[in-house]
Design a protein around this ligand. Structure first.
Ligand SMILES: [Zn+2]
Ligand SMILES: [Zn+2]
Length: 262
């Protein structure tokens, strides 16, 4: 499948979201070659703080503002809201000088092992104690799996880990509008953190019938960021409040309730 460039911008965003949110592309379930953390199983037992730790390849830095607002408030506020009944404090950088610049990396596509290696350099927590960290690497290239370059994948959470990757060329191809690119980026980050934190039925049990089993660890609520197509039927309604700078609640009530019950 290819992105139809003649589509209206919002439909392009929808298509790109579709590729990201397809279960296997988005939530990498490849067999694990060595023992890794089981992030979510420990997370809800003893966590008091969660820090979002960010590294980026030169020229793939995250967007930090749109419309005069801090872009990262979108992710931080939504994850804090998701965890509001857990006494877990969420923090993370909002400026590039609080993130790590990896410099220019030689390769243009990245395997799960490449991503895990980069994330290891960023991580400062063991994730066994009460203070935990999620690492996100922003890459100037594409995800490669089994030798295939997946040039429509916006981002992923490597299964059972606290590791996320964002593929900047795919984010940038989503729109010519900086604000919309920022929206796509923040929405993707929030979605992938949602997977890392156990949504949907991915370590946190679904407490109502909203698990979209056919599409992996996703939500049937079309107005929830964990919906596999992220608002397929109504994407403009989904993003309008985002673009105008109003507070945006990205998680639907069902996902919020699952975490609350965990
Ligand atoms: Zn997903
Ligand atoms: Zn949901």
């Amino acid at each position: 499948m290819t992105v139809e460039l003649n589509f209206p911008k919002l439909k392009t965003i929808f298509l790109l979201s579709l590729f990201c949110f397809l279960g296997d592309s988005c939530k990498d379930d490849d067999s694990i070659p060595e023992p890794f953390e089981d992030f979510v199983s420990d997370f809800y037992s003893n966590t008091s703080s969660l820090e979002i730790i960010i590294g980026y390849e030169t020229n793939a830095e995250p967007y930090i503002s749109y419309g005069g607002r801090d872009a990262w408030d979108v992710t931080l506020n939504n994850i804090q809201n998701l965890l509001k009944d857990k006494n877990i404090t969420v923090s993370g950088p909002k400026k590039l000088n609080k993130m790590t610049d990896f410099g220019v990396l030689e390769q243009k596509s990245y395997s799960r092992q490449n991503i895990l290696d980069l994330a290891k350099d960023l991580q400062v927590y063991s994730n066994k104690d009460s203070a935990k960290g999620i690492t996100i690497v922003f890459l100037d290239g594409y995800y490669i799996r089994d030798g295939e370059i997946l040039d429509q994948v916006l981002g992923l959470n490597i299964g059972n880990t606290s590791v996320l990757a964002i593929f900047k060329p795919v984010i940038d191809a989503s729109s010519s509008s900086k604000a919309e690119q920022t929206l796509v980026e923040q929405s993707t980050v929030t979605h992938e953190i949602g997977h890392a934190l156990g949504l949907v039925n991915n370590g946190v049990r679904a407490t109502s019938a909203h698990h979209d089993v056919a599409n992996g660890s996703h939500c049937t609520n079309t107005e929830c960021v964990m919906y596999w197509m992220n608002g397929a039927g109504d994407i403009s309604k989904f993003i309008t409040p985002f673009l105008t700078g109003n507070d945006v609640t990205l998680f639907g009530n069902q996902c919020i309730e699952d975490v609350k019950a965990k």
